[in-house]
Design a protein around this ligand. Structure first.
Ligand SMILES: [Zn+2]
Length: 132
């Protein structure tokens, strides 16, 4: 979560937004006509000593950013393992998720914990993807 956004220079924030084509790098929501501004997310949160460098930053919608908080991983209860979240800088979205009728389905354990914790498929978010 961007708990420390002010520490990221405006020029870097601009770069992050442009690099992401103004879409959330987690749930792919577009920053077009959103009433609340998108945010710059620390992929590894500042709490866990993640840097302010562009390589550790992702463009995120407020829903993803708020749900992620300062977390960096969760638990895959099927395998009883700690699994890190999807990293937009080093992972390929389509390897971990797929869009199915507006829902985002996980394809991997990384996808699963990310879908769960970032709450990609919360009812309130589905209209944005054409589901009512
Ligand atoms: Zn999002």
């Amino acid at each position: 979560m961007s708990t420390n956004n002010s520490s990221v220079p405006a020029s870097t924030r601009r770069l992050v937004a442009e690099r992401a084509n103004y879409a959330c790098e987690y749930c792919l929501a577009e920053d077009v006509g959103s009433f609340i501004g998108f945010e710059v997310d620390h992929i590894i949160s500042r709490k866990h000593r993640g840097s302010n460098d562009a390589i550790n930053l992702a463009y995120a919608c407020p829903d993803c950013n708020r749900s992620k908080g300062s977390d960096i991983a969760s638990i895959d209860w099927e395998n009883r393992e700690i699994v890190r979240f999807y990293n937009p800088r080093t992972d390929i979205w389509a390897e971990h998720f797929r869009l199915a009728g507006g829902f985002i389905e996980p394809l991997t354990p990384i996808g699963k914990v990310t879908v769960d914790i970032l709450r990609f498929n919360d009812k309130i978010r589905l209209p944005d993807r054409g589901i009512f």
